[in-house]
Design a protein around this ligand. Structure first.
Ligand SMILES: Cc1ncc(COP(=O)(O)O)c(C=O)c1O
Length: 395
């Protein structure tokens, strides 16, 4: 397949990993050459329950047999959409009770930004430096990495950037601000947690000036950080959340969620304020519903914290300067970008899938499926230490 992959598929980087996939099951991915890979990345935090989870597969098959696409989002009443939106609303704090389903995370970001502008009748959006919210033009406009954005300017106007965790910068949120969009835990920047009640302080400022706080839960959500949504760890309830990735259990989905009052403004003046053909697709909604049900009816969410503890205990090495993140959204930070790349590539060579973070070259991503077992954590972490020892011996 490799020759055809490079010939026919648009490439996103000069050096893709280009693993030829045969199949995947549980916490393992298998290559066409028969090699087995323990998965410590979960499709970049998307495969919440690992690969080919029987309940997700069954839900997909059952729904395919009933109906697939029947109508654009928001017109017909479809059971999988009802089940999913109700389950989300029932497991979120009030007033986060109304769900708009989209096809991807970036599209959910788009919807959330539009919603903040429409609700407040303002246009300024404040976002964080090194934040990541998606790659369409609106979402890219609120990504705070100019090295990525500059080639695509002009993007949407009226965006101001603040520093994540910088309390003084909160003063830049004013009565001109429609919304503030932040990741609950900054992902691409290096898995940086909010400190000193930062998110609550931002929310309070938003309330004071009439702006909306949008928290991007696309990576920190769906059980990965010990709660269903990451913000539940940080003493804050935002006005809007954006979800995606792990919500689909391996299928493409996004959602933005707010109060009934705020969300209602998208239906009038103008009507059809945000529309999508395939958002809320019944097969995808059925998969997401099965994923959520399995998560909520198991100990997998609480267990992420014990698994985090185990990983932190095992990943102690002179070349590791820090482990960042929470639950199973972790990054091992090493001394140089070069060491991080060596660890990632050598581990993949030895049968462990690891990956980079977008903007922090010294980070090694550790975001396994929530179904990862203790035994598999030992196996993966021991391999990382073995590879680090080899690198240390070379220096
Ligand atoms: C925090 C965050 N927001 C938004 C996105 C974009 O989601 P998608 O790739 O589904 O468009 C991602 C994807 O990596 C993400 O991690």
């Amino acid at each position: 397949m490799k020759k055809e992959f490079f010939k026919y598929q648009a490439q996103t980087s000069p050096h893709p990993l280009a693993l030829e996939i045969s199949h995947a099951n549980g916490n393992y991915v298998y290559a066409t050459n028969g090699k087995e890979y323990l998965d410590f990345i979960a499709g970049v935090s998307a495969n919440t329950l690992g690969h080919n989870h029987p309940k997700i597969s069954q839900a997909i098959k059952d729904q395919v047999d009933k109906y697939t696409h029947v109508m654009v989002y928001g017109e017909f009443i479809q059971q999988p959409q009802i089940d999913l939106t109700k389950l989300l609303a029932e497991n979120l704090p009030k007033p986060l009770e109304t769900v708009y389903l989209t096809n991807s995370g970036t599209e959910a970001t788009e919807g959330a930004i539009k919603l903040a502008k429409r609700y407040t009748h303002r246009s300024e959006i404040i976002a964080a430096k090194n934040g990541y919210h998606g790659n369409t033009q609106g979402a890219m406009s609120v990504c705070g990495a100019e090295q990525q954005n500059s080639a695509f300017r002009p993007l949407i106007p009226g965006i101001r950037f603040i520093e994540f965790n910088n309390v003084i910068d909160i003063g830049k949120i004013t009565i001109a601000t429609a919304g503030v969009i932040l990741e609950t835990i900054q992902g691409g920047a290096g898995f940086i947690e909010p400190t000193h009640n930062y998110l609550k302080k931002v929310k309070d400022k938003c309330d004071e000036v009439g702006a909306l706080l949008i928290l991007d839960e696309i990576q920190s959500g769906i059980g990965r950080t010990g709660k269903l949504f990451g913000f539940e760890n940080y003493n804050v309830i935002p006005h809007i959340i954006v979800a995606g990735k792990g919500l689909g259990g391996g299928m493409p989905i996004g959602a933005f969620i707010s109060s009934h009052e705020i969300m209602s403004c998208l239906k009038q003046q103008p009507k059809l304020g945000h529309i999508t053909t395939f958002g809320g697709h019944p097969v995808i909604a059925a998969a997401a519903n099965a994923t959520l049900l399995e998560l909520l009816n198991s100990n997998l969410i609480e267990d992420t914290l014990q698994k985090e503890e185990l990983i932190r205990k095992l990943l102690v090495h002179p070349l590791i300067t820090e482990i960042r993140g929470k639950g199973l959204m972790l990054a091992a930070i090493v001394e140089t970008d070069e060491i991080a790349s060596k660890v990632i590539l050598n581990c993949i060579d030895k049968g462990l899938l690891l990956f980079w973070l977008l903007f922090e070259g010294k980070a090694i991503r550790i975001t396994p499926p929530l179904t990862i077992s203790e035994e598999e954590i030992f196996k993966g972490c021991n391999l990382i230490i073995e590879v680090l020892n080899d690198i240390l011996a070379e220096y």
